[in-house]
Ligand binder design. Structure first.
Ligand code: HEC
Ligand code: HEC
Ligand code: HEC
Ligand code: HEC
Ligand code: HEC
Length: 250
């Protein structure tokens, strides 16, 4: 019986993205001239880079959550004429653009408030504003698909700036690797805890979601001393819950 119930929730969790994609695709197709025009496959030949931006957005978490081109770029998604649709300034290389690199954190932070708050406290943000050498959101997450990268990809991205040659904290990539590994393991366990407690104990479910979110968000302070502790606590807590559930008893 338990097994069937677990399988049922598992199916729902797995299928949710499929449903949402189906809904949001039909919705954007009907209403959004940005998507309507940018998805044209003629761009594969005419302007490959342009098409690739569209392709990274489609099926991304943002697309699934209904975050449209306009939500990040501005413009007028009701106009089919390119000039009218592109009414805002669109080049991320000019200071007046909303995606001038220094302004990216603020932009993303309109929706990701807790991440922005943590990030603005980091040395990375200060160096970004002062010298332009610190990373911003898109340095790590890409422009718009907003991947949460695998551990190995992330530590490699740190090594772009933190390595023996630059002498800028070369040990940091290794530390990031350790902490991210814990967060990732916690992420996997979290799914099982959610399935397990979904109907039994919604308060517990809420508690775990909050705890996980708190650690994932405070990652952006890059305060590794604190994160070392916090990530270990998170993992212990989640593991202890799993060991009491039917999953562990099986
Ligand atoms: C009728 C087609 C069409 C529509 C509608 C359209 N675009 Fe574009 N867009 C293009 C083309 C073609 C380019 C390539 C550069 C150019 O030709 O201006 C482009 C370029 C861009 C760029 C890159 C900036 C640049 O100057 O290269 C962004 C960002 C962009 N579009 C976003 C949007 C958004 C957001 C919307 C909706 C509000 C939108 N587009 C609507 C065709 C369109
Ligand atoms: C979550 C926010 C977000 C969404 C949603 C988003 N973009 Fe972007 N996009 C960005 C950011 C940030 C950049 C610029 C960062 C950079 O320079 O790499 C960018 C860059 C681009 C560029 C290259 C612009 C340039 O200056 O060269 C194009 C083209 C583009 N986006 C098109 C689109 C289209 C079309 C959509 C919808 C199908 C879309 N974007 C949705 C955030 C977003
Ligand atoms: C209009 C609101 C909005 C804007 C602007 C926005 N996001 Fe998001 N983003 C969301 C929502 C909603 C989600 C899904 C729920 C969540 O994870 O918080 C999300 C999820 C994410 C995720 C998690 C992806 C995953 O697979 O779990 C990352 C990373 C992310 N966004 C980065 C960015 C970056 C970087 C920018 C700026 C370039 C940005 N976002 C701009 C609304 C937004
Ligand atoms: C130096 C790299 C780096 C920078 C800069 C960065 N992030 Fe992240 N971000 C990460 C990593 C690594 C994770 C994955 C932690 C995890 O597994 O949840 C993450 C996770 C996230 C998540 C998902 C959190 C969750 O609930 O799982 C969001 C949303 C996000 N970042 C948004 C942003 C925004 C917005 C900015 C800019 C204000 C930003 N990030 C800057 C590396 C970075
Ligand atoms: C675009 C370049 C760049 C990237 C990519 C980058 N950093 Fe940094 N980082 C810097 C700079 C610049 C400093 C400031 C060093 C200084 O104080 O002189 C810094 C400082 C730090 C510090 C010290 C913070 C403090 O409070 O003193 C940590 C920790 C750190 N980075 C972790 C990371 C991690 C982890 C990653 C990968 C997920 C990463 N960085 C990616 C440029 C980068």
């Amino acid at each position: 019986m338990n097994f069937l119930r677990i399988m049922f929730y598992k199916m729902i969790l797995l299928l949710l993205p499929v449903f949402f994609t189906a809904i949001s695709v039909s919705y954007t197709d009907a209403n959004d001239t940005c998507v309507e025009c940018h998805k044209n496959i003629k761009f594969i030949n005419q302007n490959r880079v342009l098409f690739d931006y569209y392709r990274t957005w489609i099926n991304s978490t943002h697309e699934i959550e209904g975050v449209k081109c306009m939500d990040c770029h501005g413009g007028d998604p009701t106009k089919s004429d390119k000039k009218k649709a592109h009414k805002d300034n669109f080049s991320s290389l000019t200071v007046t653009d909303r995606f001038y690199f220094e302004k990216i954190p603020e932009r993303c932070g309109k929706c990701h408030k807790a991440v922005l708050k943590n990030f603005t406290e980091s040395e990375h943000y200060k160096v970004l504003l002062k010298k332009g050498t610190g990373p911003h959101c898109s340095t790590c997450h890409g422009s718009m698909n907003a991947d949460v990268y695998y551990t190995s990809v992330i530590s490699r991205s740190c090594e772009n700036c933190h390595n023996a040659y630059t002498k800028n904290l070369p040990a940091v990539a290794g530390e990031a690797d350790k902490i991210l590994h814990r967060i990732n393991v916690a992420h996997v366990y979290k799914r099982w805890v959610l399935i397990d407690y979904l109907d039994k104990d919604p308060v517990k479910v809420e508690e775990i979601i909050t705890l996980y979110k708190n650690v994932a968000e405070s990652w952006h302070t890059f305060d590794f001393e604190e994160l070392d502790q916090k990530s270990q606590d998170l993992l212990n807590k989640i593991k202890s819950l799993v060991s009491r559930g039917p999953l562990a008893r099986k």
